[in-house]
Design a binder for this molecule. Structure first.
Ligand SMILES: Nc1nc2c(ncn2[C@@H]2O[C@H](COP(=O)(O)OP(=O)(O)O)[C@@H](O)[C@H]2O)c(=O)[nH]1
Ligand SMILES: [Mg+2]
Length: 178
């Protein structure tokens, strides 16, 4: 049976823990602890990583890893990226500069994205602001990348599975067991 490692990254509060919890078939492992930063409007924050598992209809086992969000944990991003099949970048459109957020992940995961696949999922994006998706695609192009950019609400299991579908579609031609 094949096993594949998929990463979920993105800013704090973008929904890495929520996304993995939504689709994992085992109780997800999370390292969230009490958040002591009142500006973040969140009770918990990820200092380590999230882990979940999902079996695809074809029997392939996905190992789902959520990275710590903050850039000060970037050293861990490199460790987690090893052997990954692809990456889902979760963005929170309500943050002050979500395009700058995107650039941080594109730069830090450049090697992984260049050799595998990537999906950009934008959360908290009002329907009236749909044209903003073009701005994200433009930013990807500035990094020399083309990947799907979609609106997503990671609280919805079907939408998270849709993100994985988009990722796996890109990889169809290059998938090899780890
Ligand atoms: N209102 C709203 N809340 C969202 C949306 N996406 C995620 N959330 C919430 O935002 C929070 C994300 O937290 P978490 O998954 O811990 O983020 P993490 O830091 O990336 O792991 C959760 O409470 C979600 O329910 C969205 O599109 N709209
Ligand atoms: Mg988290």
């Amino acid at each position: 049976m094949s096993e594949y490692k998929i990463l979920f990254t993105g800013t704090m509060g973008a929904g890495k823990t929520t996304a993995i919890s939504a689709i994992s078939e085992i109780p997800p492992v999370t390292t969230d602890v009490q958040n002591n930063d009142p500006s973040l409007h969140k009770d918990t924050t990820t200092v380590g990583l999230d882990y979940g598992e999902l079996t695809l209809p074809g029997g392939e086992q996905l190992r789902l890893y959520g990275t710590p969000g903050q850039q000060r944990f970037a050293f861990m991003w490199q460790i987690l990226a090893k052997g990954a099949l692809g990456i889902v970048i979760l963005l929170d459109h309500s943050r002050p500069d979500p395009l700058a957020d995107l650039s941080i992940y594109l730069s830090n995961f450049a090697e992984l994205i260049a050799s595998t696949g990537c999906v950009v999922a934008v959360g908290r994006l009002p329907l009236s602001a749909s044209s903003a998706l073009d701005q994200y695609s433009k930013r990807l192009a500035e990094h020399g990348l083309i990947c799907p950019v979609v609106r997503a609400d990671v609280r919805d299991k079907a939408q998270v599975l849709g993100l994985l579908d988009l990722l796996l579609l890109q990889l169809e031609h290059q998938v090899a067991p780890l």
